[in-house]
Design a protein around this ligand. Sequence first.
Ligand SMILES: [Zn+2]
Length: 349
Amino acid sequence: MPPHADVLLWEHLPFPKSLRDFQRLFKDDDACARYLEGAKWPKGFVCPHCEEKGEPVRVTTRPGVLACRKCRKQTSLTVGTVMQRTHTPLTVWFWAAYLVSSMTPGMSAVQFQRQLGLSRYETAFQILHKLRAGMVRQGRDRIGGNLGRGDHVEVDETYIGGAVRGEGRGPKPDDSVLVCAAVEVRTRPPKKGDKPERRGGRYAGRLRLEIATNRSAKALCGFVEQAVEPGAMVITDAAPAYNGLGKLGYAHLPVVEAGDPKVAEEFLPIVHLVFSNLKAWLQGTHHGRVEPQHLQAYLNEFTFRFNRRFYPFNAFRSLLGIGTNGEGPTYDGIYQGTWKHPTMESHHD
Ligand SMILES: [Zn+2]
């Protein structure tokens, strides 16, 4: 998977590959406004009041507003986005979303204020809060619905937080929270003449993370039911709590570890990698001190970035609420190559 696959699909809306690119592309509010316009009307402006097509009237002092040539009514470019009705310049929003989506996960409001050069802490806090809200709202669709041959979903659970350093198997440490993960494991089709790839060309697809109340069959099978499409092959460890998955319609493959951690490492490598990344992130940015009542929001934030890591542009647009009119490519669309880029003609300067 090339890291910027979606850029090819959205070539009419280029995405910066570096900070320098970013600053060049979004150098002022006018440039940001043009970007919003292109996302909203890929084939050129259409007046939402009278449906007149063609070049709108631009107000140089208000780059976020377009006026219709025919009916003269104004249209705001930020309607339906997170930027709607704020007085913060578009450049600040764009820069903020770029930082949050791709650069510095878990940045504090103070660091954020400094990076954005904002005079007021409250502004930084509000922007950060609004962008985070976009990560916490999660699509509740299930993963594993369109896997290729040999692809599957790894499911496992771990304890997060608490005072005890040990992890996983042992007795429940104080204040810790049980977290379940389901992650798609996909395989890159080998290209002719290629050397065999590391991990057999396997890589992670989409992820779901949920807090669970305990390790009962009800809790663990319940998690799988709401996270994974029935019919998918699901690999778990040999915990009896997962025994019901076959009856629930999954192709269940329990791996008997027999106390050997290397066995789990071999058969559940991706989900273990996810857990160690998640713990490192919580440790690094929240110093491991996450209140249990806030943990699910952090899990969603982690999942948001994880599921869009090949598509920073999607994360950026999704956080700002750009292109939510259903014309954008979905993750699966890009993945399967079924999504077709709308034909672009005009609207370039
Ligand atoms: Zn009009």
